[in-house]
Design a protein around this ligand. Structure first.
Ligand code: MLT
Length: 208
């Protein structure tokens, strides 16, 4: 089955069933203006045969779908972020039951990476690990979550005009302080996905 509606799960989403044994399912979280189909080709290349679950963000910013509201570029509505994080986590718990999935590794790009970070902080039990592509630290968390040894790959762009060096460094540092098993790579790239992201993410996934 390859679906493109909510199926009673509250989020428009696509689900691609596993075609190979032993692959951790991937939760695909698109960037601003994307949708549930955006990262499917990336997921298929990242881990061929793995189950893919790809929801569409519910916030509409002038026609662009996002996972949570912002007041301006890089200025987030933290109440909405908390609400949307729980909503997404609840969707995942239900989807795992309906589709018979193990805990997924989240693959988040940009806005999708930022809500993946929030899942790690607020509902860490819902994901087995994360690849955060062009992520920033949405806010300085007041306490550290229990994410000891959770594998996380951060892929940042050296010339990213949206994510500052400071915010990506703080993101990596904060996750390391919480005990996560963090690999932090800064690529010769801007905000967009590159072939090097695919290569590094595939290599990292093979080891997890
Ligand atoms: C965000 O808003 O989550 C990030 O600034 C990146 C973006 O989506 O433009």
């Amino acid at each position: 089955m390859n679906s493109a509606n909510t199926h009673g799960l509250g989020f428009v989403h696509r689900f691609v069933p596993a075609e190979a044994d032993g692959r951790t399912p991937l939760l695909l979280l698109h960037g601003t203006g994307g949708d549930e189909s955006d990262l499917i080709p990336f997921g298929l290349q990242l881990s061929p045969g793995a189950a893919l679950l790809s929801p569409r963000g519910k916030v509409n910013e002038g026609g662009a779908a996002r996972f949570f509201r912002r007041r301006a570029e890089g200025v987030f509505d933290t109440e909405d972020l908390a609400f949307r994080t729980n909503e997404l986590a609840d969707f995942m718990v239900q989807a795992q039951k309906v589709y018979g999935l193990a805990e997924p590794i989240a693959i988040g790009f940009s806005n999708g990476a930022n809500i993946a970070w929030s899942l790690l902080y607020n509902r860490p039990e819902t994901i087995a690990g994360a690849i955060l592509i062009r992520a920033m630290l949405p806010f300085e968390p007041p306490s550290l979550p229990d994410i000891k040894n959770v594998p996380i790959l951060i892929l940042s762009g050296a010339s990213d005009p949206i994510v500052s060096v400071e915010t990506r460094d703080r993101l990596a540092q904060s996750l390391k302080s919480a005990g996560a098993d963090v690999r932090y790579e800064v690529l010769p790239a801007g905000h967009q996905l590159t072939r090097q992201d695919l290569a590094l993410a595939s290599e990292w996934l093979r080891g997890h």
